[in-house]
Design a protein around this ligand. Structure first.
Ligand SMILES: *Cc1c(COP(=O)(O)O)cnc(C)c1O
Length: 407
């Protein structure tokens, strides 16, 4: 008999975005003239910058000639991109990461999801609550959890992120975990972690032979000096952390697809007999077996982000999103709401002093504004909504006016 992977039946249906779509459609059909503004978007809205577009056009022309044609590339990514990433994202910031520790991919979501293949079935996993669902669901699919009870899976360690810890839990809450997923600047809360806070995690991981999986997808939004852009800014992180980077939010690559993962030399997990096993060769093996590289055209586009023009243009776009967030945060603070995030992140995490979904409905029905109910990201997200800065200025200004009227 053909049996399915029963672990899939444990995954909680992706209720959040389906339910949002359902409620928005119902509202829109009851009010056909309503101009709905979507502040729930987790996708960029601004087009690719000129430097990237030019580089990709040129790469297409390369592919059109016999001499410059590129077929299958290296599974780990082209050296031209790995070297730029190592230099600009790490070495120029005084961080010790080499090009051969960088693995280019088609985005951070896949890498965040695939990395768990390297680890035993019995490892104990810790995640934030609220959380980016990929970390959880990929471990559910792999069979590392029990049943879901009231929104939490048996077998997972949940690190509550709330106002009491400034939305940055410390390692004292991760007792017994072998792997912890950390994401800063955070999706959904927009919170950032200080160097001291991350250093505590690194020290804990090294002391416990645990591993940090650090998702830095939003590092380009950091503007406050001193906030780490990389976990490797902490002393000792090379021996306890893997880092995920993405060009999606950095340079509008959500549709182009490119990112990379850093697996430092010397980083190990352990065999049953306690002997250390290096993870970098394992990830190399995994990628060369199951992945055939991001496209040449895409990688040439990503390379252009590191040119002086690319740096200036991508920074201007992120500044634009940050200004959207500032405008909305200012309005919400003036209305008396507690707001986390913004400033160093595209997301605002708003304490609505009540039920997430009720507040969502109120904004939808009275202001024609769509947000994301925090409860959809985990139990500790109840009482909050997430507002995204990925939008046009026109929509943001209009949304601010409507919020002022309704709230
Ligand atoms: C958007 C996002 C990513 C990036 O995913 P890609 O696959 O690179 O587009 C990764 N992690 C988080 C938390 C995100 O929000």
């Amino acid at each position: 008999m053909l049996h399915v992977n029963e672990n899939y039946s444990r995954i909680q249906a992706s209720y959040l975005f389906t339910e949002i779509a359902h409620r928005v459609t119902a509202h829109q059909s009851a009010n056909p003239d309503a101009k709905v503004i979507r502040l729930g978007i987790g996708d960029v809205t601004e087009p690719l910058c000129d430097a990237v577009v030019k580089a990709m056009h040129k790469a297409v022309d390369d592919e059109a000639t016999r001499d410059n044609f590129h077929g299958y590339g290296p599974e780990q990514g082209y050296a031209f991109l790995r070297e730029k990433a190592a230099k600009c994202d790490f070495q120029d910031r005084g961080v010790d990461i080499a090009a051969d520790e960088i693995f280019v991919s088609d985005g951070a979501k896949c890498d965040c999801g695939n990395i768990q293949e390297l680890f035993g079935h019995d490892v104990k996993i810790a995640v934030g609550d609220p959380v980016y669902p990929v970390y959880v669901d990929t471990n559910v699919m792999a069979g590392r959890t029990g049943a879901n009870d009231g929104g939490r899976y048996a077998g997972l360690v949940y690190l509550t992120c709330d106002a009491s810890n400034g939305f940055v839990p410390g390692p004292e809450s991760a007792e017994g975990a072998d792997i912890v997923y950390l994401c800063y600047p955070n999706n959904p809360t927009g919170a950032v972690a200080t160097k001291e806070q991350l250093q505590k995690w690194v020290d804990w991981a090294n002391a416990n032979k645990s591993l940090i999986l650090f998702d830095a997808a939003y590092e380009a939004f950091i503007r406050t000096p001193g906030i780490p852009h990389s976990i490797y800014e902490c002393e000792g992180a090379r021996t306890c952390a893997i880092e995920f980077r993405s060009y999606s939010k950095t340079a509008g690559f959500t549709g182009v697809r490119c990112g990379y993962t850093v697996v430092p030399k010397g980083l190990v997990a352990y065999a049953k007999d306690g002997s250390p096993v290096e993870l970098r060769p394992m990830w190399t093996r995994r990628q060369t077996t199951k992945f055939n590289g991001a496209s040449y055209i895409t990688q040439r586009g990503a390379e252009a982000i590191y040119s002086p023009e690319g740096q200036a243009q991508t920074k201007a776009t992120i500044d634009f999103y940050l200004e959207n967030g500032r405008l909305m945060k200012e309005a919400l603070l003036a209305l008396g709401y507690e707001v986390t995030g913004g400033g160093n992140s595209p997301y605002l995490w708003v304490n609505v002093k009540g039920d997430s979904w009720e507040f969502f409905d109120k904004l939808l029905k009275k202001a024609n504004v769509v947000t994301t109910p925090g409860a959809g990201f985990g139990r500790a997200g109840e009482g909050y909504i997430r507002i995204s800065s990925f939008n046009s200025r026109e929509n943001v200004l209009e949304a601010v006016e409507r919020l002022k009227k309704v709230l």
